[in-house]
Design a binder for this molecule. Structure first.
Ligand SMILES: [Zn+2]
Length: 271
């Protein structure tokens, strides 16, 4: 499943290929993704003016047209690709934009959990979602986060994965940032010390930035942008390493379930 760093990488890839172009034609090859397309969808997009840029909030991509915003969530397997006019459609190519440079921007999504929706204003839409701050923004800072942790009795890992507290820190990045901060994922959030919290906030940001950098630097073929999310895995300390030796202290990495999600940690490095 694409997590925040992968979505950021897709965003950067898209910006290189769609900025300042119009969508001249929309073809919907599969009317039912996670949601059905509204009948007005195609007309709205072709009359929306130029795509100024593509931005991201949490794991949402936002195509910012001159006159409207198109929201896209990649779901489990969503992916964009740019193809020439001669391209033959492949399986799971669900929606197609013909850009004003005649190239075809195609959304492919085998599992169809992704979706696209026209929204009036970003602020209106995201305010209703009760989202926490974007982790890479200045709004996510340790003083505020510490105050929040003091009010939470849940395991720290569940707290950092809850979108209401901070946006888009997926399972891999939660496990890794907790390892780097020396905090066991099961620890109650209100038992995390001020100093540990300061380190945790810093490590959440670092781990995401490193993943974005790794994704960004390995992607040559744009098709890979949303399709392959394995590029960060060589650097993982605990995630997916059950029973393997901790790279710091050689203790066996443990894997337990916390709110239904696999949680990897080193019982020696993380207290
Ligand atoms: Zn260890």
């Amino acid at each position: 499943m694409p997590e925040l760093p992968e979505v950021e990488t897709v965003k950067r890839g898209l910006n290189k290929i769609v900025a300042n172009l119009n969508v001249n034609r929309v073809q919907i090859h599969q009317p039912q993704l996670r949601y059905k397309f509204l009948p007005s969808f195609s007309k709205k997009i072709t009359k929306a003016g130029k795509i100024k840029k593509v931005s991201r909030r949490a794991k949402y991509l936002i195509f910012e047209f001159e006159y409207l915003n198109l929201l896209n969530h990649l779901g489990m397997t969503g992916n964009w690709k740019l193809k020439p006019q001669s391209y033959q459609l492949e399986k799971h190519d669900h929606i197609e934009f013909t850009l004003s440079n005649k190239k075809r921007l195609i959304y492919n999504d085998p599992r169809r959990f992704g979706w696209l929706e026209v929204i009036e204003s970003q602020d209106g839409y995201f305010e209703n979602k009760k989202h926490g701050p974007e982790p890479l923004s200045k709004a996510f800072q340790h003083e505020n986060f510490y105050k929040l942790l003091k009010t939470k009795n849940a395991p720290i890992k569940s707290v950092i994965m809850d979108q209401k507290n901070v946006l888009g820190v997926g399972n891999i990045y939660a496990c890794e940032s907790l390892f780097r901060s020396g905090i066991r994922p099961t620890r109650k959030a209100n038992k995390v010390t001020k100093k540990e919290n300061e380190l945790l906030v810093k490590e959440i940001k670092s781990v995401l930035k490193e993943a974005i950098k790794a994704g960004g630097s390995t992607i040559k073929d744009f098709k890979k942008a949303g399709g392959e999310s394995g590029y960060f895995q060589t650097k993982l300390n605990v995630y997916g390493r059950k029973d393997q030796a901790c790279q710091v202290c050689s203790t066996q990495i443990k894997n337990i379930k916390i709110t239904g999600r696999s949680s990897f940690y080193c019982p020696n490095c993380q207290q």
